[in-house]
Structure formats: C-alpha cells, structure tokens
Ligand binder design. Structure first.
Ligand code: ADE
Ligand code: ZN
Length: 333
C-alpha cells in the first residue's frame, strides 16, 4: 500500500448517496436522547461511536437512533450539522435521502413541515457554506410496499425544485424490487428521478430487477454487478450510474478492504461510477477519507476525481441551472 497523496483530500467533491439520519453525528443523537430521557446506551460503544455487528444490526441501530429525531426543528438542526461536516470535507453538491417514515410517519401534512425545515437549513448552508443540497425521498424496503406508497405520495406532493428524486433503501433481503413498482411509477409521474439500492447485499439479479422493474436511472451501490460480466456490459451500454460507497461496503463486510473493492474494475469496464459515504459516522468515513483511500488503493489522482465528479454531476437529480452553477464551483475550487 502506498501513502495517500494529500492533494486529493482538498479537491471539491460531489456526493449523490447520503442518508439523512445515517449522517447524524453520534453526539447529536446522544444529546437528544439525553434531553428526552431515552436510553440509547445500547447502540453506542464506550467511546461514543455507533455500535453494530452486521448489516441487520446496523439497520436496527440506525432505526433506534432515528427514533429520537421527532420534529421539524430537530431535522433543521441535523441538516445544518450534516452540511457543516460535508462542506468541511470539500463537498460542493450533495443529495440526501429523506424518509417520510422518519419525518412524520408518512403523513403528507407532517412531511411538508419537515421538508420545509430541512430546505430552510439547506438554503442557509448554501448561502453561508457554499454547499448545495437536494432531497431524494426514500421508502424503506423492509417497511413494505404499502408503506412505500405513503412515501411516494409524500414525494409526489412535494416534487419540485428541491425534492428532485425518489428512491429506496433498507433490507434487500425483504420483498422484490418489482413489489414497489406502484411507488416508483407514482414518483416518476410526479416528475421525480429514480434510484434504488441494489447489488449491495443482493446479488447481480437484484440490479437487473431494479433496472427492469423500477426503471431507475441510478443504482445505490450496485457493486455486486461485477459478479456478472453481461450485466456489467449492460450497465455500461445503458449509461446507468452507480452510487458507489466503498467505505460502507468495507465496514459492512462486502469486501475485506479498498484494494479488493470492485469500483476500479467497474470503471475500467465503462460503467459510470461515483463515490459517496452512505452513512458517514456509522462507517467512520468522510468524503475526504473516501478520496484518500481510493488514491491509496488505486493511485487515483486529481484527474480521476475530476472525471468522477463530472459523472456525478451529470447524473445529479437537479435542474440545469443548478448543474451549471455547481460545475463552475468544481472549476474554481
Ligand atoms: N439505509 C441506510 N444505509 C443503508 C445501506 N447501506 N443499505 C441499505 N439501506 C440503508
Ligand atoms: Zn445507502
């Protein structure tokens, strides 16, 4: 292993795959739990990090932490904390996954208030920190297709300039992508762009299902497509963009380390790859660290990351004015 080239740490960055609750600093969640007298000691290590054994346990720790976030004002504060951290890591454009399940329980009126508070904080961060955020409403796969319909209705009711996409996270072991077709059709008809988690814990067939049954233009993770060379060609031919989160994949045990991660092979095969953090404090990562680790593992330098950023910006769920503005920021930063 070679040492990291520190110049990559300071490059501007575009991030497409970030879960809002998953980006909550543990100290933020601990403080809220303390204020509300909720005992969350079981989800933290003695040094205050999130504590989980495997993917299923990660999801339950994630949901336990999310339970303490109970109102729009808390999401406003959380949004500011997330964007301060992202901006400090050189991120100039980010998309965040927002679940109406955790923001009003799927009720449209409640969701409107959460969305407004989150966008308020994002607008302030854009003015003060120079980072642009857009929201992608996500349903949670293991909450099931009916609950996903409620999320899609929330997404459709607030589709517009700031809520720009719809997607799905959660446990890939439950249900099939096609079971969520109604929710994705509803979001598409409202003008939203689409992404879904696939090919993380599901194999290549889950990526095929996502493309065929949900007609998404991006895939969250998608890295296990590497196990099927025909699928790799298909993704390259169709220009499907992968939101790759290498540090997350390593911590959750998909690959032993960055050197074994397939991102470089996917890129060499012509697949559009981008880099994100997923749930940064859970995986002890930041966008800066992802860049440094990729530089170490594959020798990627500023030119490689400029290509990655251009790919991400091209696939970003934003309007053309925003894209042009962010493009300028990538040039001058
Ligand atoms: N929700 C938050 N992080 C996730 C991940 N890595 N996979 C699936 N769902 C998630
Ligand atoms: Zn994710």
């Amino acid at each position: 292993m070679t040492s990291a080239d520190s110049t990559v740490a300071h490059l501007p960055k575009v991030e497409l795959h970030l879960h809002h609750e998953g980006a909550a600093p543990p100290a933020f969640i601990r403080q809220l739990a303390h204020e509300k007298r909720i005992d969350l000691s079981g989800i933290f290590t003695p040094d205050g990090s999130y504590d989980f054994r495997d993917f299923a346990h990660f999801l339950s720790v994630y949901e336990a932490a999310s339970q303490v976030l109970t109102g729009p004002e808390e999401f406003r504060r959380l949004t500011w904390a997330i964007l301060e951290e992202s901006a400090a890591n050189g991120v100039v454009y980010s998309e965040t996954f927002l679940s109406p399940d955790f923001c009003g329980g799927g009720d449209v009126a409640a969701w409107r208030d959460y969305r407004a508070a989150i966008q308020d904080a994002a607008d302030e961060a854009e003015a003060k920190l120079g980072i642009t955020l857009r929201g992608v409403v996500t349903c949670v796969r293991h909450f099931g297709p009916e609950q996903a319909k409620a999320s899609a209705r929330c997404a459709a009711e607030t589709a517009g300039n700031w809520i720009t996409g719809f997607g799905m996270g959660g446990n890939e072991g439950m249900h099939r992508q096609g079971d969520f077709a109604w929710a994705f059709d509803c979001a598409r008809e409202a003008g939203l762009q689409l992404t879904t988690h696939a090919g993380e814990f599901g194999g290549p067939e889950s990526v095929r299902d996502a493309v065929r049954d949900l007609k998404v233009e991006r895939i969250g993770h998608g890295v296990r497509a590497i196990e099927d060379p025909d699928l790799v060609h298909e993704l390259a031919d169709r220009g499907i963009t992968l939101e790759v989160c290498p540090g997350s994949n390593v911590v959750l045990g998909l690959y032993p380390d960055f050197n074994a991660h397939p991102i470089a092979r996917l890129r060499e095969a012509g697949v559009k790859v981008t880099v994100s953090t997923d749930d940064p404090p859970f995986f002890h990562t930041t966008m800066r660290r992802e860049y440094e680790m990729l530089n170490r593992a594959f020798g990627w330098g500023p030119e490689d990351f400029a290509v990655l950023n251009a790919t991400a910006l091209e696939a970003a769920f934003c309007d053309e004015d925003t894209r042009a503005r962010v493009e300028k920021r990538l040039e001058i930063t």
